[in-house]
Design a protein around this ligand. Structure first.
Ligand code: 1HE
Length: 260
């Protein structure tokens, strides 16, 4: 399946991985309304056979953020609705059908960082840099960045990025928590795909609980969180797949945890 600015490729036989690629390199994968809608539809219409996804960007940069050429046309009400449309699309990424691994390189800026923050794992190569140029452009984040980015790096670092235009390089980005993996230039997609293939082998209920229950539990007061955890834990372990995986370990048929 291919639209002008977004391509979707499904790889694998049984536990499939979807590769969702921004294909607007001439504009550094800047996200216009059509592209935001295409991302939403990609996750709403993901085939049931897909178990994990990778998002990456064609060309030298992952994503230059909001398409600024569309910004000047909006009044306040339209601006609010535009931001809400981003919220819906990125909510479909974060709370969609499958875990999503972002493969980052080059610019991951503005709305590009908001998109990356909605993914479950971020793999960055050495060419990656992160910024929130909204601060210098006289605007504010609108794609969920003020909710998701502080959860990765804290309010003070995000405030600094927006107040001063601070740009984090790939190594510092990994150090502060913008990415979980740092790999050599040109290898982010390969690493992200390898991780997605691994994730696709998990029991679907395990992936579901990590995507949908864990972030909500983390937001709950401890007392509520313990209760939700107990419920999720009971549901996950009751699945036939959980029972057969535990039995495989006890019978010596499953891999041991290896020392890192
Ligand atoms: C764009 C955009 C864009 C590039 N909207 N057209 N984001 C920003 O403020 C980042 C703006 N972009 C940049 O700082 C740079 O383009 C990059 C560092 C990402 C890449 O630099 P470079 O030298 O590789 O490319 P370029 O020459 O700057 O751009 C190539 C073309 O892409 C050029 O168009 P052309 O017709 O002259 O070839 C650029 O105008 C175009 N382009 N970025 C529109 N962002 C939900 S709210 C989110 C709010 C935000 O995201 S605000 C932050 C926006």
């Amino acid at each position: 399946m291919k639209s002008k600015d977004l391509s979707i490729e499904i790889r694998g036989e049984q536990q499939e991985v979807a590769i969702v690629r921004l294909t607007r390199p001439a504009k550094r994968n800047a996200l216009n309304d059509g592209l935001v809608e295409a991302i939403r539809k990609a996750f709403e219409n993901m085939p049931a056979t897909v178990r994990a996804a990778v998002i990456d960007g064609e060309g030298e940069h992952f994503c230059a953020g909001l398409d600024l050429s569309e910004l000047s046309e909006r009044d306040a009400g339209q601006g609010m609705l535009h931001s809400r449309a981003w919220h819906v699309a990125l909510e479909r990424v974060q709370y969609g059908p499958v875990p999503v691994v972002a493969a980052l390189h080059g610019a991951v800026v503005g709305g590009g960082l908001e998109l990356a923050s909605a993914c479950h794992i971020r793999v960055a190569d050495d060419s990656t840099f992160y910024a929130l140029p909204e601060g210098s452009r006289g605007i504010f984040v609108g794609g969920g960045g003020s909710v998701r980015i502080p959860r990765l790096i804290g309010v003070s670092r995000m405030t600094d990025m927006m107040l001063t235009g601070r740009v984090y390089n790939a190594a510092d980005g990994e150090r502060i928590g913008l990415a979980q993996y740092l790999v050599p230039t040109g290898t982010a997609f390969d690493k992200a795909f390898e991780l997605a293939q691994r994730i696709a082998q998990n029991a679907p209920l395990t992936n579901y609980s990590l995507m949908h229950a864990l972030p909500r539990i983390a937001e709950q007061p401890a007392d509520h969180g313990f209760m939700t955890e107990a419920l999720m834990s009971a549901i996950a372990q009751s699945a036939p797949e959980a029972k057969s995986r535990v039995r495989a370990f006890l019978e010596g048929r499953a891999a041991k945890v290896q020392k890192a």
